[in-house]
Design a binder for this molecule. Structure first.
Ligand SMILES: Cc1ncc(COP(=O)(O)O)c(C=O)c1O
Length: 400
């Protein structure tokens, strides 16, 4: 019998982290690589947030805290939910963890029993299915197609729900597609959930603030208040505040669930970094002015990438509402052969050949559950993006 836990045989390592590691390895070997794989802003953390962290260190806020967050941060989170989402939560309904990732993981660990199902729309963030598997549950994938602009239809949600469904994971704007649901589109999904009172909603609102062209963000508990008692509203500061390394995520929901999540955290990691928590108090309570300024930059980059990729014969690239990703289809390139002789049989061979032949790193669509596509993260400089698009255009033009 293997020394390692049997559960691990059900789980894959994160393919996006693998691409980031590959890029670092090739760069270290001296190759000219443009990495469009990583899901993190290239902006620095705003100065007021860094100053708050330095002040916290100087004030000696460097000790253990309550396992799921300091009260000052929980209050700031309650204020944020009220201000941005019109949602009323008390501090007892709030949990703070080491990144949005740990919040989702705690929630699944706290609720999954063998055989429990979790409905996950595809294309999905790579970690959802594997976290469900780690927690002992069964992911049930519901397809959202290019024709539906990568948004799950009510019929597809209805078809995926069974008596064993425990959670529906909802993510808008989405990683990997950038698709954002309008209020009407989300209401059509919450109407389905109202017919299935045993299904809870895990709303991953990580990209809430990254939205363009006047897109109005909304979240399930706000759109359908009757779902409030069975919704965990998850968020974090990694993306909008350029704080990926600080590792702070948070959620609000029913007290019983939040208490169970605290129990798991208190017996595993304990509190998230005390300094990062104080920095997050400032992120949420301080100026929000840089968010629209950053979004202007992201929108410009999105438009650049979409227009350049759309010029390529064989690639279809929808315009996403938010996040910092595009998810083009390469259906029109399948079966063709690259200049170096690789036959493009699927999106993985496309991404590998693109990296080897041009030095541009993207993540293949199969990792996100919908092929043949690839994900571009445009959270990098305009110059790097323009050069990457030129290389992708030349690579595709050379296909025979
Ligand atoms: C959809 C989504 N949810 C959650 C996370 C996790 O964020 P964090 O870095 O705060 O753990 C990510 C990060 O890539 C994400 O894309």
């Amino acid at each position: 019998m293997s020394f390692l836990a049997a559960t691990l045989t059900r789980v894959k390592p994160s393919p996006t982290i693998a691409v980031t590691a590959k890029v670092a390895e090739l760069k270290a070997a001296g190759r000219d690589i443009i990495g469009l794989g990583a899901g993190e802003p290239d902006f620095d953390t705003p100065q007021n947030i860094k100053d708050a962290a330095k002040a916290a260190i100087d004030a000696g806020k460097t000790k253990y805290t309550a396992p799921d967050g300091i009260i000052e941060l929980k209050r700031a989170i309650c204020d944020k939910f009220k201000r941005d989402n019109g949602l009323d939560y008390t501090t007892a309904q709030v949990s703070v963890a080491t990144g949005g990732k740990q919040i989702l993981y705690n929630a699944l660990m706290a609720t999954m029993n063998p055989g429990d199902e979790v409905v996950i729309p595809a294309p999905y963030w790579v970690s959802y299915p594997d976290m469900v598997l780690l927690a002992g549950g069964e992911p049930v994938i519901a397809m959202a197609t290019l024709e539906d602009k990568f948004k799950l239809t009510p019929a597809a949600l209805e078809a995926a729900i069974t008596p064993k469904t425990k959670w529906f994971i909802f993510n808008s704007p989405s990683n990997p597609t950038g698709a954002g649901y309008s209020r009407a589109e989300l209401k059509a999904l919450t109407d389905v959930l109202m017919r299935h009172p045993h299904v809870w909603v895990m709303s991953d609102d990580m990209y809430e603030h990254l939205a363009y062209d006047g897109f109005e963000f909304c979240t399930p508990a706000e759109v359908e208040p009757a779902l409030y008692d069975r919704t965990l509203t998850c968020n974090g500061v990694s993306k909008a505040y350029a704080m990926t390394g600080w590792r702070i995520g948070y959620a609000a929901g029913p007290v019983e669930l939040i208490t169970a999540m605290r129990k798991i955290q208190s017996q595993s990691t304990s509190n998230p970094c005390s300094i990062s928590q104080w920095a997050t108090v400032e992120a949420l309570n301080g100026t929000q002015d840089y968010i629209p300024a950053n979004n202007d930059i992201f929108k410009r980059r999105r438009d650049l990438v979409v227009s350049k990729l759309s010029e390529i014969d064989g690639i279809t690239c929808p315009v996403p509402e938010g996040a910092f990703y595009v998810y083009p289809s390469i259906a029109g390139l399948i079966g063709r052969t690259s200049a170096a002789g690789t036959v493009i049989v699927d999106d993985e061979t496309f991404a590998t050949a693109l990296l080897e032949e041009t030095g541009v790193a993207v993540v293949f669509g199969a990792a996100f559950g919908l092929s043949p596509n690839f994900r571009v993260s445009y959270a990098t400089s305009d110059e790097a993006l323009a050069e990457a698009c030129t290389r992708i255009q030349s690579f595709c033009a050379a296909l025979s």
